[in-house]
Design a protein around this ligand. Structure first.
Ligand SMILES: [Zn+2]
Length: 304
């Protein structure tokens, strides 16, 4: 399950290390190399970007739902949800936080819970109006280096009758279950928050990745997931990171278990170096600079 190869390469008389790990479930390699500065730690002032006019702060201009949804927008205490004007699938919506700018370290469990709750309400609504929908995901690009086009924090819900490529890999895949059980027993296991088991994957998809495995249904788990996400974001904030991606994968017919993955991306910097290069984009292979086992140890301190 956890196969790895190590190389020591002499460069200018100095020992350099490359560890290659095989991800048996997703059938890809991941490379862990010595620190070369792929992860930006420098922070720049981006107040100019924060102060730009914002479409999410002017709700009358946003797309509206048709009559099947019963309301033009959905709303609760800290979030509001509306159709994505650039849909990624048959059902594609944006769930914005009400506050225009929230720092990485400021996302309380309550704030996140409010957002996830609304996203789950939308998923249930979609399920009710269209029986062909089987898969959904709640996703988050926080800040531009993570792919966000708008700074105002927002998650995105995608619901479809066909799975994403990621989902396709785990549908009916016994190895995935075996893998989760093995990770929970491994040195990369972080701990449990409510019904969410957290670990750092053996062969991560990105920097500082945390994998959250949920052993119950969507609604029942939202509070624990929000607590876990808030703890992970506190850890990211402690590392000085201000950009991240999150995806939570949901199969309505339980074709795979509910779970999420979360990674940091480059910091908000004017001339930043992208953290996805030819290896990630054209070889399906992630390069990381720190051992998942070390990250797992560090993040334990941030569990609530
Ligand atoms: Zn705004």
């Amino acid at each position: 399950m956890f196969e790895r190869w190590n190389d020591v390469i002499m460069v200018n008389g100095i020992e350099r290390h490359v560890e290659v790990r095989w991800d048996e479930v997703f059938e890809r390699y991941c490379r862990i190399i010595d620190r070369v500065g792929l992860e930006l730690t420098k922070q720049e002032d981006f107040s100019e970007k924060i102060n730009e006019p914002c479409i999410f702060c002017n709700r009358s201009k946003l797309a509206k739902f048709d009559e099947r949804f019963g309301a033009e927008h959905m709303e609760n205490e800290h979030a509001f949800l509306f159709p994505n004007i650039n849909p990624y699938a048959k059902y594609s919506s944006v769930c914005a936080f009400k506050k225009h700018y929230i720092e990485v370290g400021e996302f309380s469990p309550e704030l996140i819970h409010s957002n996830l709750e609304l996203a789950a309400k939308y998923i249930n609504k979609v399920r009710e109006i269209d029986g062909s929908i089987r898969y959904a995901s709640i996703n988050w690009n926080y800040m531009m280096p993570a792919g966000a086009s708008i700074l105002h924090p927002h998650t995105q819900v995608v619901a479809d009758s066909i799975p994403t490529t990621y989902m396709k890999k785990i549908i009916g895949n016994e190895k995935f279950w075996e893998y989760i059980r093995a990770e929970i027993e491994s040195e990369r296991y972080i701990g449990k928050i409510g019904n969410v088991e957290l670990f750092v994957p053996f062969a991560p998809f990105g920097f500082n990745e945390v994998f959250g495995f949920v052993d119950e249904g969507l609604e029942k788990s939202l509070e624990s997931i929000a607590k876990a996400m808030s703890a992970i974001l506190s850890y990211y904030h402690s590392l000085g990171r201000n950009s991240f991606n999150f995806s939570m994968y949901y199969s309505m017919a339980n074709e795979f278990p509910l779970h999420f993955r979360m990674i940091t991306r480059q910091n908000m910097a004017k001339y930043y170096r992208n953290d996805a290069m030819f290896f990630e984009r054209l070889h399906f292979e992630t390069i990381i600079e720190r051992k998942p086992e070390d990250i797992a140890k560090e993040i334990k301190e941030f569990l609530i």
